[in-house]
Design a protein around this ligand. Structure first.
Ligand SMILES: N[C@@H](CCC(=O)N[C@@H](CS)C(=O)NCC(=O)O)C(=O)O
Length: 224
């Protein structure tokens, strides 16, 4: 089994690395450079036709993409500590919060990145496309409302889906780390969400080997 991976700060492969660290499990990582477009090479498209990272390749050649699906598979192999819940109610609540973190945090952050950031402007232009800046900017309000939703929830519990750290925290944490990097951070007034963010960032799983970051050391340190 091996994981096709890209370094910090790519948020989706990062989810899987955080998950593995929480489990205390190491698997071989195959560095697949986004910058060098390795994820669009024909041999990679055979593994994931969407040309995206991460991808988990099993020993029988089966390829699983989608970071949450990869983590669900790994959870079955390494059940302790449970990060997708221990009973039906917990599992459903974690799933609900994973989906909300995807739709209310990662999605607007992704649109801000694709449609407003100077770095992606070059990438989009090179592919003959364009940025929809006004649409990208409108996602700042969507992100702020997602942050406020979580802020209200975190008034009464320590973690996003309950009293324990779970996959929902990993999805939110990796998304918000990336958001911070691109200037789409957590609003200051979200005190409960900011306190949660400090808590999850203090976990050993959140620390990365910054020498592998795609960013300059100072930028990488800022989001680590
Ligand atoms: N929903 C997917 C998203 C995967 C994704 O967008 N990965 C990014 C890297 S963080 C990527 O490969 N982007 C390149 C592209 O979309 O062309 C997941 O959770 O794995």
């Amino acid at each position: 089994m091996k994981l096709y991976d890209e370094n910090d700060p790519a948020p989706n492969p990062r989810r899987v690395r955080i998950f593995l660290k929480e489990k205390g499990v190491e698997i071989p990582l195959v560095h697949t450079s986004l910058g060098k477009l390795k994820h669009k090479a024909p041999e990679f498209l055979e593994k994931n036709p969407l040309g995206q990272l991460p991808v988990l390749e099993l020993d029988d050649g089966t390829c699983i993409s989608e970071s949450v699906s990869i983590c669900r598979y790994l959870e079955s192999l390494y059940p302790e500590p449970p990060l997708f819940g221990s009973d039906a109610k917990e599992s459903a609540l974690i799933d609900m919060w994973i989906r909300r973190a995807e739709f209310r945090l990662m999605q607007p952050i992704g649109q801000i990145w694709v449609n407003t950031h100077p770095f992606t402007a070059q990438v989009v232009a090179a592919r003959g496309g364009r940025q929809y800046t006004e649409y990208g900017e409108s996602n700042r309000a969507v992100l702020a409302s997602g942050c406020k939703l979580l802020d209200r929830e975190l008034a009464s519990r320590d973690y996003i889906a309950g009293d324990h750290y779970t996959m929902a925290d990993i999805v939110a944490q990796a998304s918000l780390d990336f958001g911070r990097l691109i200037g789409a951070g957590i609003p200051e007034q979200c005190a409960n969400l900011n306190a949660w963010y400090a808590r999850v960032r203090a976990r050993p799983s959140a620390t990365e080997d910054l020498s592998r970051s795609l960013l300059k050391p100072k930028e990488a340190k800022a989001i680590s």
